[in-house]
Every structure is written in C-alpha cells, then in structure tokens.
Design a binder for this molecule. Structure first.
Ligand code: ARG
Length: 461
C-alpha cells in the first residue's frame, strides 16, 4: 500500500509500480531528504503545528531512520515508491501518530526539489574542487616543462613552435571557465523550495524563509509554481558537466595522439595504461579514450533532460522524476574521469627530444622569416609570398630551406639564424604568447587565478 492511496480503491497494478518506482535511483538522496525533513519539522514546531515533544520525537525518529539507512538495516517495502515515501513510512512506523504529522504542509513536489538542490549544491562544489586539483596537476607539469617546446598545430598540421607549458595551460584556462560556470550554477540554485507545497503554497502558517535559512540556502523560492516545476538548475549542471566533459575529451584525444608511435611525444605510466587481451605488445591509452567517449554520454544526459522539460505545462509533472538519473550519472562520470585523467597526467612521461625534433623543422619558422622582412620594411603580404615561394622551392627542388634563405638577396646569413632549433619559440614575446617570457608571466597569472578560485569554491559553503 502506498502513502497516497486514500483517494483510490483497490491495489495499484504491479506494472504501474514497476514503471513509476524510482527508489533505486533516488535512494542516494536519503541524507538530503532527512536534512529537509528535519528543517521541515523544526518549521512545523515554530509554526505551532507540532508541540516541543512532537518535534523532539520526530527529530529522534529521523535520527533512528538515518542510523538504519547507514547501517543498511533499513527494510524497504514493496510500497516504497521513492526515498521520500520510504522515509515517511518508516518514521510513521517508528513514531506512530506523530509520524503521521511529518508531511503536514509539504508535498513530495517541494520536497524532492529541495532534496535535489541540496545534492546539486554539494556535488557541484565537490566537482569544482576536483577541477581545481586537476588544474594543479597541469600547473605542476607546466612548471616542470621549463623551456621544452613542441609544434603547435592548426588543422593538425605543424604550424608554429609553442612551449609545452603554454599548451598545458591552454587546457587549464578552459577548465577555469568550467569552475566559473559551476560556481555560478551553485549560486543560482541556492534556493529552498520547501513551503511551495504541491504547487500553490499553504493555508498553514509556514515560514519558508526560516526553513531556507535552517537548511543553509541563500534564500527561498519567489513563486510556488516555479519552485516545484523548475529544473533549470539540473539542466545548467548538466551543461556545465557536458562542457567540462568536452574539455576532458579534447585532452583525451591529444593524449591518444601523443602516445602513439607516430607522435611519440609522451609515454603513459603503466598504472594508467591498459593492455590488449590478444596483442602482447600493446599498451593502450584507454583512460584517454574513455574521457573522449564518455563526453558523448554527458552530452546525451543534457539533451535528454532538455527534451523532457520542453513540453511540460506548469507545475509539477511526473516527467520531472527523469531529472535524477542523468544528473547522478553525469556527476559520477565526471568525478571518475577527473580522477583518472589527473592521475594519468601527473604520471605521464614527456619525451622532450621527440617534441622538439617535431618542432625543429625549418618551415615552422616561416612566419619568423616573413616578420624579419616586415621589420626591414617589406609589406607583410609581399614577405609572405617571398617565404612561401622559398618553402615551395625547397620542397620541389629538394634543397634545404636554409640554403635558399641564405642565397636570397633580401634575407641572407642573418635570417638563416631564425631557422636554428628553439629560436622561433623564443621570439614569441607578446602578452599571452607561446614563448618563455610570456609564458612565465601567464603561469604567474594562472597561479593567482587558481588561488582566487579556490577561495570562491570554498566560500560556496
Ligand atoms: N519521485 C518523485 C520525483 O522524483 C517525487 C515526486 C512525486 N510527486 C507526485 N506528485 N507524484 O519527482
């Protein structure tokens, strides 16, 4: 028998229970549900709807239920549709008549929204803290990288040399935007919905502001219809996690490429690589591939929820029960991925010789030759044509570019020095650029940013 059976006659069909039950998913909201119930009970006490003894009995019973859940001795019954009804049923069993007062002035609609906000607040904060730890790994690797450089690519064609530190920090800055988004999402979702009731509030003298403060929320809902039907915070969280997943996926793709024999830029630590069941020689970058692959799932979770939400009239509809699985899944997968990829990155061995050899081809300094001409008065478009022509001739005639540069009347021996290994990257001196001086400044700025973000994330509560 369910808690809501009063209006109905006869048993609910098994197929209905099988289809609508969400206990297996929302059990993990138990702690948040208990927190919400405690605040609600105290609110009922302040409203004079429960006397002091009843408040004490209910709070004690909620503690007993919590102990059962923690000890895994809580016996779920066939009528327990979700964690909210399971807890209320058990409270009523243990506390008798007083238990029947727990749900006074409350609906599962405002209850579940508050539970999920408590969960999201805590978990997104934890994800943000893990992103900060991940960024810390990138910073450490960037500091260790010193002046090691590699080719920067556009169209996956070698374009210009960049410091390895610069490349690593590029990913770190993308993650800083993820932290920004997670913080903003938590700030926006920091709203209690208790007191909205099923959809229209209550005739009882409830004080949603006080309940919100009790639960540590920044404030209460403004509109009861919005409160019970709003899942913007879930959609936002799923977007934040999807885009974070896309960033991890792009890193994953580079690790796959870099660890291939073709690139040979990095060697994975054995603890973060996998073998092949058939091919004895294989060492595979599965973690990096999963970071890439699971981003599809994170995007799917976002897309699925948006489709669920788009046709819903106000206010609560049972469709909204479909909000939890994608959120829990995206949070879980993101946290697992951050941890595995951070481990991979902190242990991966870099091969500076391979990286630099790939960046030392004379053609990657082509734009430096053109800019050398520009500094001596040649319009850039003309300089571009001159150097492009030399690169073309070098390839066609199998003559080293340096020889052609030396022989060219506008270039000559001084310009040839630009083609020496490591010269081009040192010439990148503008703010935010890929050369050693600019990257040292960037690194300092990033470390400051990380410190500020750590304070922001900690301040979330
Ligand atoms: N398990 C439900 C959910 O997650 C709780 C709310 C049920 N409300 C209702 N009116 N049936 O949304």
């Amino acid at each position: 028998m369910t808690l809501w059976h009063g209006r109905l006659r006869g048993d609910t069909a098994d197929a209905v229970m099988d289809y609508s039950v969400s206990l297996h998913v929302d059990r993990r909201l138990a702690g948040d549900d208990l927190a919400g119930s405690r605040a609600h009970v105290r609110g009922l006490g302040r409203a004079g709807l429960l006397d002091d003894e009843e408040v004490a009995t209910l709070l004690g019973t909620l503690d007993a239920v919590e102990a059962e859940l923690e000890a895994d001795t809580f016996a779920f019954g066939p009528g327990d549709e979700d964690i909210h009804t399971a807890v209320e049923r058990r409270v009523t069993e243990l506390a008798g008549d007083v238990g029947a007062k727990l749900h006074t002035g409350r609906s599962r609609n405002d209850q579940v929204a508050t539970d999920l906000r408590l969960y999201a607040k805590r978990e997104l904060r934890a994800v943000a803290a893990e992103v900060l730890a991940f960024q810390e790994v990138l910073v450490t690797r960037a500091q260790e990288a010193g002046d090691v450089y590699l080719p920067g690519y556009t169209h996956l064609q070698r374009a210009q040399p960049v410091l390895l530190a610069h490349h690593l920090l590029a990913h770190a800055w993308a993650l800083a935007r993820d932290v920004d988004r997670l913080v903003a999402t938590v700030v926006r979702l920091d709203v209690s919905t208790l007191g909205a009731g099923a959809l229209a509030g209550s005739s009882l003298p409830l004080d949603p502001d006080a309940v919100a403060a009790d639960l540590g929320f920044a404030g209460r809902f403004e509109n009861s219809l919005d409160a019970v039907s709003d899942r913007d915070f879930v959609a936002e969280a799923l977007f934040d996690l999807a885009l974070l997943g896309v960033h991890l996926s792009r890193m994953g793709e580079e690790i796959v490429l870099w660890s291939s024999d073709e690139f040979g830029f990095v060697v994975l630590d054995d603890a973060f690589a996998t073998g092949s069941s058939m091919l004895p020689q294989k060492k595979n970058p599965d973690v990096a591939e999963l970071a890439r692959g699971k981003s599809g799932r994170l995007i799917g979770n976002l897309t699925g929820l948006l489709v669920t939400l788009k046709g819903l009239p106000l206010a609560y509809n049972r469709d909204l029960q479909e909000d939890k699985e994608p959120l829990f899944d995206s949070v879980d997968q993101t946290r697992l991925g951050l941890s595995a990829l951070a481990g991979l990155l902190s242990t991966v061995r870099v091969d500076p010789a391979r990286m630099q050899a790939a960046a030392d081809g004379s053609a990657v300094a082509a734009v430096d030759l053109a800019e050398w001409l520009v500094e001596r008065g040649t319009p850039f478009r003309q300089a571009h044509a001159v150097v492009g022509g030399l690169v073309h001739d070098s390839i066609e005639r199998h003559v080293p570019l340096a020889e052609l540069v030396e022989a060219h009347p506008a270039l000559g021996a001084e310009a040839v020095a630009l083609l020496e290994p490591g010269v081009a990257v040192r010439r990148r001196t503008t703010p935010g650029s890929a050369g050693p001086e600019a990257v040292a400044i960037q690194l300092g700025r990033f470390v400051h940013r990380l410190e500020a973000d750590r304070i922001r994330v900690t301040a979330l509560g």
